[in-house]
Design a binder for this molecule. Structure first.
Ligand SMILES: Cc1ncc(COP(=O)(O)O)c(C=O)c1O
Length: 432
């Protein structure tokens, strides 16, 4: 149980047997705000941010930036948090750009990604962003066309290095059949197009996948990107981003947490030696973490509605599932869990935890040892801060949960719970 507790945010305590986070009583918050409920621990987010900042200060002698990957979870308050941290935000498309701009981020702090940016995405990028990471040649031509009379953001090119990190195949992005980016020759072609149109290229970006623990494959990506940089002929001022994707522990079997230092050290040392070998100036280095900044800060709280015994499985049926967290259904992601009260009592049985939705795949956790949990009790699933709310849906009329920031005994609503009226807000009466 102690190992499970280590997956929770840094301020988590057990007080009289009950979980508190940010000195807020989790059961009390569930009663007040309802369940499913998502809690973000401010101290945990701040401390993850500080770890990246101090490592880059220690390991990188030139300019660096941290770009929060908004896809992990973006809302107005999180975008405001990135501003306070001095981070940039990576936005995919007009929607995320809109959230970031609405939160007050200036153009220098917005970087735009996307494999098939629509005209609306590109127009939003040109209006609000400081950098567009161009994914392919036809996008480049559309930008040139759109931007003829406008001041264009900085242009970086998205490189597909031909290798991915070791992770689930759905989150690998660097291999030669990945839908993301341009290969070596395609980048050189894009460079020619830029030069012909008087468009300066200021940087290269690649991302080989997410939720990896072994940085080794990034060495290959860095090598290929630096070779390309040399051929492009970047002079003193240029930008390089090896993306994000550093992994975190979701389950006690994944502990200890992969040390961020291992990741930052590997990347910076490889870029330094690769640049030296090729006589290249050190780039302005951009790291793009998402989950390793916010996943551990987030906890999902659910209420058990029904305990059901089937032929060989005891099911805890809870009031949320794949609509607020599709990661088990999508990637078989493995989570852990504690009861919110009498949290540290040793397990007495093994259960599956599943949601209320009409899919057999609506399961959050399989075969987890737990103390006997009764109907109406609360459970808390740690490491719920990334790619859950941002991937949530209204399946079966689910209303997205409330999201709270907890700190020093205070809970602040970041996002209200959706209500039934939100479900038909876009609907028109049919003429049937
Ligand atoms: C281009 C890019 N950068 C950064 C990230 C962030 O990855 P993670 O949240 O795993 O750090 C992703 C994730 O898909 C990405 O596609």
């Amino acid at each position: 149980m102690e190992k499970r507790l280590a997956l929770f945010p840094i301020t988590t305590k057990i007080v009289a047997g009950k979980i508190t986070i940010g000195d807020c009583d989790v059961a009390g918050m569930a009663d007040r705000f309802g369940t499913p409920l998502y809690l973000y621990d401010q101290d945990d987010m701040d401390s993850a941010a500080q770890v990246y900042r101090s490592l880059l200060n220690a390991y990188w002698p030139e300019r660096w930036s941290i770009t929060y990957a908004g896809k992990a979870f973006l809302c107005t308050a999180i975008a405001e948090w990135t501003l306070k941290q001095g981070f940039m935000v990576d936005c995919t498309g007009a929607g995320e750009i809109g959230i970031a701009a609405n939160a007050g981020l200036s153009s220098e702090n917005i970087i735009v990604h996307g494999v098939n940016k629509s005209a609306e995405d590109l127009q939003a990028a040109i209006k609000y962003a400081g950098t567009i990471v161009v994914d392919n040649q036809s996008e480049l031509e559309r930008i040139i066309h759109l931007g003829k009379t406008t001041n264009l953001p900085k242009i970086w090119l998205r490189f597909q290095p031909g290798s991915s990190v070791a992770t689930h195949s759905y989150t690998q992005t660097g291999h030669s059949d990945s839908k993301f980016g341009m290969n070596y020759e395609q980048i050189l072609q894009a460079v020619k197009t830029c030069r012909k149109n008087g468009l300066p290229i200021e940087g290269l970006h690649f991302h080989q996948g997410s939720q990896f623990r072994d940085p080794e494959p990034i060495g290959d990506g860095i090598d290929r990107a630096l070779e390309l940089a040399k051929e492009i002929g970047f002079a003193s001022e240029w930008h390089l981003s090896p993306g994000g994707g550093w992994g975190i522990a979701y389950h006690e079997d994944d502990l200890p947490q992969p040390p961020t230092e291992q990741y930052v050290n590997f990347i910076t040392e490889n870029i330094k030696s690769g640049c030296k070998k090729r006589g290249l100036a050190l780039p302005h280095l951009h790291l793009e973490p998402g989950r390793s900044l916010v996943a551990k800060a987030g906890v999902a709280v659910y209420r058990v509605g029904t305990v059901k015994q089937t032929a060989s499985i005891t099911w805890l049926l809870i009031d949320g599932g794949m609509a607020d967290n599709p990661r088990h259904a999508l990637y078989g992601a493995r989570y852990s869990c504690l009861p919110v009260e009498r949290a540290m009592e040793p397990p007495t049985e093994t259960v599956n935890i599943a949601g209320p939705y009409c899919e057999s795949g609506d399961v959050l956790i399989e075969q987890i040892p737990m103390r006997t949990v009764a109907e109406n009790e609360l459970i808390a699933i740690p490491v719920s801060g990334a790619y859950q709310i941002s991937m949530s849906s209204n399946y079966n009329g689910a209303r997205r949960p409330a999201v709270l920031l907890v700190n020093n005994g205070k809970a602040h609503v970041l996002q209200e719970r959706e209500n039934i009226a939100d479900l038909f807000r876009r609907d028109q009466h049919g003429d049937t």
